[in-house]
Design a protein around this ligand. Sequence first.
Ligand SMILES: Nc1ncnc2c1ncn2[C@@H]1O[C@H](COP(=O)(O)OP(=O)(O)O)[C@@H](O)[C@H]1O
Ligand SMILES: [Mg+2]
Length: 433
Amino acid sequence: MNILIVGNGGREHALAWTLLRSPQVQQVCVAPGNGGTELMEGCENIPVGVTDFAKMKEAVRDRHIDLVVVGPEDPLAAGIADFFQAEGIAVFGPTQAAAQIESSKSWAKQLCNEAGIPTAAAATFSREHLDAALDYIANQTPPIVVKADGLAAGKGVAIASTVAEAQNTVRDFFGGKLGTAGNQVVIEEYLQGQEVSVLAITDGKTIRPLLPAQDHKPIGEGDTGDNTGGMGAYVPTPFFSSPALDTVKTEILEKAIAAMQKRGIDYRGVLYAGLIVSPQGDIKVLEFNCRFGDPETQAILPILETPLDSLMLAVTQQKLDQHPPIRWKSSSAACVVVASGGYPGSYAKGYPITGIAEAEETGALVFHAGTQIKDQQLVTSGGRVLGVTGLGDHLAIALENSYQALSKINFTNCYYRRDIGYQVLETQNSQNP
Ligand SMILES: Nc1ncnc2c1ncn2[C@@H]1O[C@H](COP(=O)(O)OP(=O)(O)O)[C@@H](O)[C@H]1O
Ligand SMILES: [Mg+2]
């Protein structure tokens, strides 16, 4: 089987690495890919933008591609699954209509309310109703969460600590700060608790949740500072017992899939529920994503034992019910993201990266994100540069292995959080003083 992966991040490198381990997979192409996928044996980068479907179609034809796997949300929201399905090519990823669960927060909120899925109380306002939005905010108790309705690459959510701040955010969004993504806003209740990501593979009928993961969004240690695409993730998370995972399946994922069926939507791909678990154990949905998470994927896939291509084919053929249960290695995995200093603000690019081979020699996996080969040298080319995944019997060991490998890697102004997994380690330390 030949596979085309769409995207250029660490997630896509991890997908390529995982799929190439399957004996059924001959060739993997990545559009456009990064330095890591370019260097990987059996893998070819195709220089084409993630929403240039016509050019991608040429590559699909020339490389005899059997399956298209879509990494990021933008091409899904632009209808890549519809496009290739119409061409008779199997696609792992939901259609444009189904991708609305991520591409419109108000659409997702309405779906939750309609299906009885627990989520933060909220109200939606469009640009024409600025005064109504400001009045609504004036009656809320801070902190107040303001979300742009559309896709905003992680920049569309503000947690305002005063009414005035929330009102100013709405003014900024309506004023065009995020382009059309901010034409509508969802104003919602602030929820407190542990964030957990539950990703599930689904063919629109059967749902197979993956192990629960925890990401670390803010740039600074102790979860401080601006939000990023994600600075590190580990799996499985002890903040989620297996009964809790069953609850997520029946009360959230199954209800979401059924509500979409009701709208005539057959969801095929990954449905990712971003959850918050209150100190009392109540689980609520913060958002849905229509694809694999980054960096959760770089932690989840290395401990997946079931061949990923067989799960993906079962999804595209709508035969997931006949697929054997998903098997896992009995270990933990932790991925620590290495970023360019300055990210998520402005940063310089083009710095040579050293020490990757030495890091890999320790047994850790190095997934590339913002890297490229320039004049035969591997250099930085983005905000999040690498994700280093360590495995171990316990989270503490997985983290130790990741950080040990990371210590070998260097480039100018490289930055990473040294406290990934701290919430678990703190809980464990307080239980075993
Ligand atoms: N209702 C909420 N209460 C508390 N924190 C929230 C709430 N909604 C979002 N957040 C925080 O903001 C982050 C981003 O919000 P999310 O809905 O996941 O949007 P996106 O990933 O599209 O930026 C979340 O990971 C969480 O930390
Ligand atoms: Mg999110």
